[in-house]
Design a protein around this ligand. Structure first.
Ligand code: PGA
Length: 259
């Protein structure tokens, strides 16, 4: 596979800046041996905004290969937008990735597919990589409509994006019923939707673009189930919530190939 696997830890609203330093140092220690090669698996932490400067300081100060990003971004460049954080500000802090359209943002902040797409484009324009989240609720899954539901989200989010942008971007399929519930989708469930997303990218762009785009699975990923999920052909990594808050557990996830 030419796509480099990506393990991203979405800390959500957990960890103050001191805890963040501790967690990143712990993760670095866990991954500091000859068996682990950062060029074969990208490791990314996605802390709250208030931690990013501290994470930058330890990562740069100690020359760590862990990358980091943000959980959301404003669509505006600057100005009178109280409470918002711009892509330029995140880029300046060394962020490589920005999660956009997480289901918690869609649900609690009414983010639409169009807004998610706009955020993704703002992230790309600032020279960072968006992790574009999609995924269906339990009712949609029960009706068996997960594939059309997710593909509609993808169509909305990729609207107006060039093939090069899509190749740079990362898609994260996260069935909402599997997030934080301990209810993990089966590897086949993950493959069904991740494969359909890749098929849609091939339709919207071309086969080369589809082959290059990384698609992650998210939802109750832990060290005990990551290897099976990663064995699916269209799953290129994981967006991990709860299990990314413990250095040893997240390190094991990053070492899925050794499990
Ligand atoms: P979880 O969260 O791993 O705790 O289920 C995943 C996510 O929301 O990104």
């Amino acid at each position: 596979m030419t796509r480099t696997p990506l393990m991203a830890g979405n800390w959500k609203m957990n960890m103050d800046h001191l805890e963040a330093i501790h967690l990143v140092q712990g993760l670095h220690m866990e991954l500091s041996d000859a068996n682990f090669d950062y060029s074969k698996v990208e490791v990314v932490v996605v802390p709250p905004f208030t931690d990013i400067r501290s994470v930058q300081t330890v990562v740069e100060g100690d020359g760590m290969k862990i990358q980091y990003g943000a959980q959301d971004v404003s669509t505006h460049e600057s100005g009178a937008y109280t409470g918002e954080v711009s892509a330029t500000m995140l880029k300046k802090l060394g962020c490589a990735y920005v999660v956009v359209g997480h289901s918690e943002r869609r649900e609690y902040h009414s983010e639409s597919d169009a807004l998610v797409g706009e955020k993704a484009r703002v992230v790309l324009a600032a020279g960072m990589t968006p992790i574009i989240c999609c995924g269906e609720a339990l009712e949609v899954r029960k009706e068996g409509k997960q594939v059309p539901h997710v593909l509609a989200q993808i169509d909305g989010a990729l609207d107006g994006m060039s093939a090069d942008d899509v190749k740079t971007a990362v898609i994260a399929y996260e069935p909402i019923w599997a997030i934080g519930t301990g209810e993990v989708a089966t590897p086949e469930d993950a493959q069904e939707v991740c494969g359909a997303i890749r098929g849609r990218i091939a339709e919207l762009y071309d086969a080369e673009t589809a082959e290059a785009t990384r698609i992650l699975y998210g939802g109750s990923v832990k060290s005990s189930n990551v290897a099976e999920i990663m064995s699916q052909q269209d799953v290129d990594g994981a967006l991990v919530g709860g299990a990314s808050l413990k250095a040893d557990e997240f390190a094991k996830i990053a070492r899925f190939a050794e499990l």
